[in-house]
Design a protein around this ligand. Structure first.
Ligand SMILES: Nc1ncnc2c1ncn2[C@@H]1O[C@H](COP(=O)(O)OP(=O)(O)OP(=O)(O)O)[C@@H](O)[C@H]1O
Ligand SMILES: [Mg+2]
Length: 150
């Protein structure tokens, strides 16, 4: 049976280091296609998305899609979709967003994807941001339901 890949941990010490890590992970994000950003309120998920948008060359300012639930930035190879499940109360509400329609059309980043992990497709890159003292963050990631390479 397929299992999740082992967790890769990383510690960053500032906003800037979070942004640099996000930018250096870009090839892995693009390869996965779907990314779930997880961690408590104020962990830095939206900050991470802003850094990804920046790395993609998107000049529009990324905001928190709390009220629209799905926002789209950029176009073509730089297409970014940003969703936030924080306010959703059921998997049905998440399904009603119709995100699958956009899977594969660009990079999809879902904040609070761990609210309904069963809806995350196999291969989703699950990134967890855990606040540490001051501006430090422990950031770890793993692919969902992906067999480890030998
Ligand atoms: N190393 C860091 N990385 C990211 N954010 C940091 C860091 N250090 C401090 N911060 C601060 O933490 C806050 C993160 O806010 P952000 O909106 O990105 O969080 P979030 O995880 O998206 O929260 P929410 O769950 O409400 O959507 C910002 O105020 C930011 O300045
Ligand atoms: Mg946020």
């Amino acid at each position: 049976m397929a299992t999740d890949n082992p967790v890769t941990p990383h510690v960053v010490r500032s906003l800037n280091e979070t942004a640099k890590l996000a930018s250096s992970l870009l090839p892995q994000l693009i390869q996965a296609g779907i990314v779930s950003l997880e961690g408590p309120l104020g962990a830095g998920k939206t900050h991470f998305v802003k850094a990804v948008a920046n790395a993609l060359g998107i000049s529009t300012e990324v905001t928190s899609p709390t009220f629209t639930l799905l926002q789209s930035y950029g176009s073509g190879m730089q297409q970014l979709y940003h969703s936030d499940w924080y306010r959703l109360e059921s998997p049905e509400e998440a399904l009603a967003l119709g995100l699958e329609e956009y899977y594969g059309e660009g990079l999809m980043i879902i904040e609070w994807g761990d609210k309904f992990p069963e809806l995350l497709p196999p291969g989703t890159l699950r990134i967890r941001i855990e606040p540490q003292p001051h501006e430090s963050r422990r950031i770890s990631w793993r692919r969902k339901d992906f067999p480890s390479l030998p």
